[in-house]
Design a protein around this ligand. Structure first.
Ligand code: GAP
Length: 437
């Protein structure tokens, strides 16, 4: 059974992972701020993705395109005409719902119970803003609803600067914005979020091979980073469900507390985007195969995931409650690479200055190599529980004995096993155990 979402929301706020945006003003619907621990977890997720998709491959190049793009981009991509969701508005209570909302039963408003009497309306999901100081002359632009288009419009730049051979990819992580009709479920669907997208360009006759390849790669990425296999599944889109640009699409779904929902989508976008941008910009976005002496539009396989959604899934999957000596222990069993803090240094007695001094010295040394935290504000039992709840992988405890034998106790978060380690070996011991990259 997945943990109740309320427990995750409460832990996130209490321990500084996620706060409601503009909370002191009553909050802003479906916008969230990441606190000191959330920002570390987010960075670690993005780093793990970038490492896997860019650093460990010879065929993928990184990009950081602007959020604001020429308005024609969205005409070419089809977003100005097709990027909309159907929704119903209740004439009695003015609440609105996506037409496919699971809350709607027998065409009645979930809020007031009256039947919907009006037609389905469609709303474009792009957020608009103006560039320039004068209203009359300002240029209407959109906050990008996906990072992908920044990649397509840079296709020729990458060809010219990197001279890649097919297949190759361009990877990008960045903010995206959508004026979603239905939000809720904490950070699952928000109006401002981050995406991690790869556009992988392949010969058109090899598209299916690479489509399968990327589905497996991406599924395994979540598993390697600790998500339980049984909480993940693949769901292929039906023909009716496919986006206007896609030949095929498979979602990696996660068993969220509110049901199986999309974590990431892997789409076969064919040559749609390169053809469209060629037509709208007048710049030919083709690839020349110098061995076969042919010029063509590559097909694109796109694994597209959300940072915020991945973070939520990692939090939920890592959360567990155990009984230890009759007491509840909450543990965030995050993979060591994702955990916000790798090490906590804790003095056993905060009123013994020699112990505190030694612990602080160890802390200053360890933090040169690991994200480390120091805490002496409670009894050791409470300090351990605090660190367990935020997923700190190792606790290093300094006690009276340490002053004499120059050894500390290293406690493993998951097994709670403790080992005495000499100060001379501590850095190396943690280096090996954490095996960070
Ligand atoms: N370029 C393709 C594309 O954007 P998408 O399925 O609309 O495809 C990809 O979005 C991923 O972005 C989703 O799987 C999800 O993880 C994330 N995402 C999309 N909309 C989101 C939202 N409103 N809030 C949070 N994450 C979102």
């Amino acid at each position: 059974m997945p943990v109740e979402i309320e427990k995750i929301i409460s832990l996130s706020k209490r321990r500084g992972f996620i706060f409601q945006s503009s909370e002191i003003y009553g909050g802003l619907a479906s916008c969230w701020d990441y606190g000191p621990l959330g920002v570390e977890l987010k960075q670690n997720i993005k780093h793990a993705w970038w490492r896997e998709m860019v650093y460990l491959r010879d065929d993928v190049f990184g990009l950081d395109a602007a959020i604001l793009m020429h308005p024609k981009v969205w005409e070419a991509s089809g977003h100005t005409t097709s990027f909309s969701d159907p929704f119903l508005t209740c004439r009695d209570c003015n609440k609105y719902y996506r037409q496919d909302s699971l809350e709607i039963k027998d065409n009645t408003c979930p809020s007031c119970g009256k039947p919907f009497s009006n037609q389905v309306t469609r709303a474009n999901l792009m957020l608009e803003t103006q560039l320039g100081p004068l209203k009359e002359t300002a240029l209407n632009v959109y906050l990008r609803p996906e990072t992908a288009q920044g990649i397509f419009v840079n296709f020729a730049n990458i060809l010219v600067t990197k001279h890649p051979k097919l297949p190759f990819g361009i990877a990008q992580i960045g903010k995206a914005f959508r004026n979603e009709i239905t939000t809720g479920n904490f950070t699952f669907r928000t109006r401002e979020f981050e995406q991690m997208e790869l556009e992988y360009f392949v010969p058109p006759d090899e598209d299916e091979k690479y489509y399968e390849y990327w589905i497996n790669q991406r599924l395994n990425w979540y598993i390697k980073l600790g998500i339980k296999k049984e909480n993940l599944r693949l769901r292929a889109h039906s023909k009716e469900e496919l986006a206007h640009y896609a030949k095929a699409c498979t979602d990696i779904e996660y068993n969220f507390p509110f049901g199986w929902m999309e974590l990431e989508g892997i789409a076969n976008r064919k040559d749609f985007d390169l053809c469209q941008h060629t037509q709208f910009s007048g710049v030919e976005l083709t690839y020349f195969d110098d061995q076969k002496r042919v010029r063509f539009y590559p097909y694109i396989i796109e694994p597209s995931g959300g940072v915020d959604r991945a973070l939520l899934a990692f939090l939920i999957d890592a959360y567990r409650e155990e009984k230890v000596k009759g007491e509840k222990r909450v543990v965030l069993g995050l993979d060591r690479r994702l955990a916000p803090f790798k090490v906590a240094v804790l003095p056993l007695l905060s009123n013994r200055s020699e112990i505190v001094e030694m612990a602080k010295k160890i802390f200053l040394e360890l933090r040169q190599n690991f994200v480390t935290v120091y805490d002496d504000t409670a009894s050791i039992g409470r300090l351990y529980r605090r660190q367990d709840e935020i997923g700190t992988v190792y606790c290093v405890t300094v006690d009276v004995q340490s002053l004499e034998d120059k050894k500390v106790t290293v406690r493993d978060r998951d097994t709670m096993l403790q080992e005495r380690i000499g100060l001379d070996n501590l850095q190396e011991y943690l280096q090996v155990k954490l095996n960070l990259c």
